[in-house]
Design a protein around this ligand. Structure first.
Ligand code: IMP
Length: 448
């Protein structure tokens, strides 16, 4: 009897594909968690945002800040992918790449692949971002002014320029000829700015394109090949759940979807290939830019959190607004991304705070209201917890933590309804406590 032929069901990779997302307003310390999980991954792929993100890592005492290139690049045997959902400022990638090569040795196209479908942040996007913010005055969003919003606008309006377009000068010129007249009219007549010329833009881009050209690839195909070969992929999110264009505190949000589901559209991988979702949250809360922040502390405690937690933006240097941990927001973010594991970062910063507070709800409200204007007037209901004074940076295991720190984490876990698998205890690359079964043992069954 002939056996029916057809695709066989491939065995699962030894380590699951995972997505890392921020559960607050960005700056949760995702870079460090990605760096950790990258050690078990073959590929690290970014799927949204651009150089508005800033991952700071401390490696062998040296500070490494990456805005566009995935933090997985610090591992020699990891392929880093900048997916189609990312907006790329070529100049920023060039500078990051040159710095990496100078300090850590060669990085070839076998270690960094930029999607030919990723949108290019053009110089006029940066000017427009700044002009729009200035025009908003007191209503400004507080963007990073890196051109992120205007670039995503052009993507959706189908007038964007993609990295692949840069590879052929004739194509680039044709695309610019279609786009520039309208851009220049807005820039000159509405905002009183100088116009851009095609020749000027092409000349400006040329040296960068010459360097980046070999890195611009069909990343969807690369990722599909990695899936076929069962190589574990880590999808690296940027920003946080409440900066999501749909689910955040609109309009004080970024211009992309930051929830885990965006990993699929932003790289070309289907949902059945996402196995675990690691949600990263600080042990307290921070926000940069404008918009509602129910647990914000505009007092000495907030100031102390900012000082001890060094809460200044990696991208803009702006002081971050600080406040207590907000459980209704955390629960919402866990749902939005289907989080399977929590990574709680910067627990060490809370040493010496007495008492600690956790927001467990809002007066007269059932959970987080969806309308941002309603979010602005929320009155948090706090639970108080005993703090600890010990420096926990040297704690290597859960048992070494002070009892009050363990109780604080266990309470968060109980309120959030998701296990805390990783705990950040200091700025160093290895200041992380693993808790419970290893992440690969927690493999979640595919839905499809
Ligand atoms: P944009 O992404 O530059 O358009 O800025 C929109 C909002 O998102 C502003 O409030 C920014 O401060 C915020 N934002 C963007 N990227 C990050 C990030 O990586 N961390 C924290 N906030 C961010």
């Amino acid at each position: 009897m002939p056996q029916p032929t057809g695709p066989s069901v491939a065995p699962r990779p030894s380590f699951p594909n995972s997505v890392v997302v921020g559960l607050q307003w960005g700056d949760e310390g995702k870079g460090k968690i990605v760096d950790l999980l990258a050690r078990r991954s073959a590929v690290v792929a970014r799927f949204q945002g651009g150089n508005n993100a800033g991952h700071t890592l401390v490696v062998e005492g040296e500070k490494v800040v990456l805005h566009c290139i995935p933090s997985g690049i610090l591992h020699q045997d990891v392929l880093c992918v900048v997916g189609n959902g990312v907006v790329v400022d070529p100049e920023i990638v060039r500078v990051e790449l040159e710095r990496l090569i100078a300090s850590r040795g060669p990085v070839g196209p076998d270690r960094l692949a930029l999607s030919d479908g990723a949108q290019v942040i053009m110089p006029y996007h940066r000017v427009l971002d700044a002009c729009r913010e200035d025009a908003l005055g007191g209503e400004m969003i507080g963007t990073t002014r890196k051109g992120i919003g205007p670039c995503y606008e052009d993507k959706v309006a189908r007038r964007g320029i993609r990295l692949g377009d840069l590879l052929d000068e004739a194509t680039l010129r044709r695309r610019l000829a279609a786009v520039l007249p309208e851009k220049n009219r807005i820039l000159t007549e509405w905002y009183g700015q100088p116009a851009f010329t095609i020749d000027g833009l092409v000349a400006q881009l040329q040296p960068t394109v010459a360097l980046l050209g070999p890195y611009i690839q069909d990343t969807v195909r690369l990722l599909h090949r990695a899936l076929d070969q069962q190589q574990p992929i880590l999808f690296e999110g940027a920003q946080g759940s409440f900066l999501d264009i749909d689910h955040g505190s609109y309009p004080f949000v970024t211009s992309s979807n930051t929830v885990a589901g965006a990993a699929c559209a932003g790289t070309g991988v289907g949902p059945k290939d996402l196995h675990i979702v690691v949600g990263v949250a600080k042990a307290y809360t921070t926000r940069v830019g404008s918009g509602p922040f129910p647990t914000e502390l505009e007092d000495d405690t907030g100031e102390r959190l900012r000082r001890i937690g060094r809460e200044f933006g990696a991208t803009t240097g702006r002081p971050r607004r600080c406040g207590w941990l907000d459980i209704p927001m955390l629960r919402q973010a866990i749902r939005l991304s289907g989080v399977t594991h929590l990574a709680l970062t910067k627990l060490d910063v809370l040493g010496g705070f007495h008492p600690l507070r956790i927001c467990v709800g809002y007066a007269g409200q059932d959970g987080l209201p969806s309308r941002p204007d309603a979010q602005s007037s929320l009155v948090p209901v706090y639970e108080e917890h005993p703090g600890w004074n010990d420096d926990i940076a040297d704690c290597q295991t859960w048992d070494q933590l002070p009892a009050a720190a363990r109780a604080y984490v266990e309470r968060i876990e109980a309120l959030a309804g998701v296990p805390v698998a990783l705990l950040g205890t200091g700025p160093g690359r290895d200041s992380v406590i693993h808790r419970g079964a290893p992440l690969d043992a927690h493999r979640v069954r595919s839905v499809i």
